[in-house]
Write a protein that binds this ligand. Structure first.
Ligand code: PLP
Length: 355
């Protein structure tokens, strides 16, 4: 099947990761490759976390978490206190809000421009910063609905001007496209292993500026080597084993990001020729795209299978990944899918519209 599901295209395991999945499937077996339970005693994981990932993310320090959401929570929990405000973009993922609520923070949102582009103007953070005196600002880069890439660098300058910690949520960018926390002026950057780094997950990567070391890596009083925010241990198991195994290929694939963007733009243009409109930024700069498909919706009103018709029609043609029941609005991703297969997807949409 051709899989267009945005939450899956970047998480497909490499061959090396599939081998690692089996090899490290037994409970605590990642500790086979190290004599002890401390990070410094695990050469493969230590090198990955203290050297390879920081370079990859443009960060000073990296920690692994249970997911991108847990990484967001850890930052919020460490840098802010209950009752503090956090300013986030209006296109943020729902886990941004649940993380903030768990940390007891007040969420203030920067509104998007709405239909059709749903753009976030990062300059709008400034006014809200003055009004709410936040302890943290967060930008989703790109967001998981429209695949928009706001001006993260300008927000870095705003964060610096007001001296507010700046968290960049790269769940859909880290592992797909080149991204450097330092270049964008962020204090923290977050990635999701199962979403964009070809790991079985669940696993998150959290890069940070060294100025946050004391706060983020504060130690237990009883166990002076153990970091409290991370509950005293690196992430373990197949999530990290597959993340490490895929990493060499992930490092290579981000170099081909221009090609991915070109493919996405071509796909968007072809869909529009069919009367299916791409929402979000145009020209688009990411493989995740949101479509408004009035012609498909019209068919669904008369079709015996109703709004589930699109799902079944695509499935018959070997295409999956658009949520069952959606016809009018849906998102998809072209990441890692060869051009000829995308051409076939377009032809399939055309056939569905013609019958
Ligand atoms: C998927 C997603 C998350 C959550 O990632 P997990 O690793 O499952 O916690 C957070 N933010 C965005 C933008 C996402 O798309």
């Amino acid at each position: 099947m051709i899989n267009l599901n945005p939450i899956q295209t970047g998480g497909i395991l490499t061959k090396a990761a599939k081998r690692a999945l089996i090899e490290f499937g037994d409970g605590y077996s990642v500790y086979d490759i190290s004599p002890g339970l401390e990070l410094e005693e695990m050469p493969a994981i230590r090198e990955f976390v203290s050297e390879l990932l920081p370079k990859f993310l443009g960060a000073d320090i990296v920690r692994l978490t249970l997911g991108a959401r847990e990484a967001m929570f850890s930052v919020m929990h460490s840098v802010a206190k209950p009752g503090d405000a956090v300013i986030v973009d209006g296109n943020r993922h729902y886990t941004t809000v649940t993380a903030a609520e768990r940390a007891g923070l007040k969420v203030i949102e920067v509104r998007s421009s709405g239909e059709p582009e749903y753009k976030i103007d990062v300059n709008d953070y400034e006014d809200l910063i003055k009004r709410h005196n936040p302890r943290l600002i967060l930008l989703t880069y790109p967001d998981g609905n429209y695949g928009n890439l706001p001006d993260a660098k300008t927000l870095g300058q705003i964060a610096k001007k007001y001296n507010i910690p700046y968290l960049l949520n790269g769940a859909y960018s880290v592992g797909r496209m080149p991204i450097s926390m330092k270049e964008l002026g962020a204090d923290f950057v977050i990635g999701s292993g199962q979403k964009s780094m070809a790991s079985s997950g669940p696993i998150g990567v959290l890069g940070m500026n060294k100025k946050w070391k004391k706060i983020m890596l504060r130690k237990s009083k009883m166990y002076p080597k153990k970091e409290i925010e991370f509950l005293g241990s690196e992430l373990r198991g197949t999530a990290v084993a597959t993340l490490i195994a895929s990493f060499p290929e992930v490092k290579e694939r981000i170099k081909k990001w221009n090609k991915e963007v070109k493919k996405a733009r071509w796909f968007s243009k072809e869909m529009e020729k069919l009367g299916i409109k791409q929402m979000g930024e145009k020209p688009h700069r990411h493989d995740l795209m949101f479509f408004k498909a009035d012609p498909l919706y019209k068919i669904s009103l008369k079709h015996p299978k109703g709004r589930f018709f699109l799902y079944y029609e695509l499935k018959k043609k070997g295409i999956t990944g658009i949520k069952p029941g959606l016809t009018k609005y849906f998102k998809l991703s072209t990441f890692g899918i060869p051009e000829e297969k995308l051409r076939y997807v377009i032809d399939s949409f055309r056939e569905i519209l013609e019958t």
